[in-house]
Write a new protein. Structure first.
Length: 100
């Protein structure tokens, strides 16, 4: 799975709403907390379940999520698991675009 899909699935499964004050930090926190809570496979399962149960609402939410991910992609940072600290500039984090 490519990172951008995983990011969108985690955001989709998160509690973020269009009425929330969306910042790069709040979106990154939503991604991290959702992945920690559900795991990558759990996020995928949640998305599939929602598309099966509520296809129109799920489609609307995914369009919104993809807009957020596109708008903030350069600002979001994800934890580095398999890459060295040197590849992440010593931060332990890597920009979403670079991780893809």
């Amino acid at each position: 799975m490519i990172v951008n899909e995983a990011v969108c699935e985690a955001l989709f499964a998160s509690s973020l709403q269009p009425s929330d004050d969306l910042t790069a930090e709040s979106v990154a926190e939503a991604i991290g907390s959702t992945v920690r809570r559900l795991g990558s496979a759990g996020c995928t399962d949640f998305v599939a379940e929602q598309f099966g149960d509520h296809p129109q609402q799920a489609s609307d939410r995914m369009r919104w999520i993809r807009r957020i991910a596109g708008d903030l992609c350069g600002c979001l940072y994800l934890p580095v698991a398999a890459r060295s600290d040197a590849a992440a500039g010593g931060t332990g984090m890597v920009p979403v675009r670079a991780a893809a």
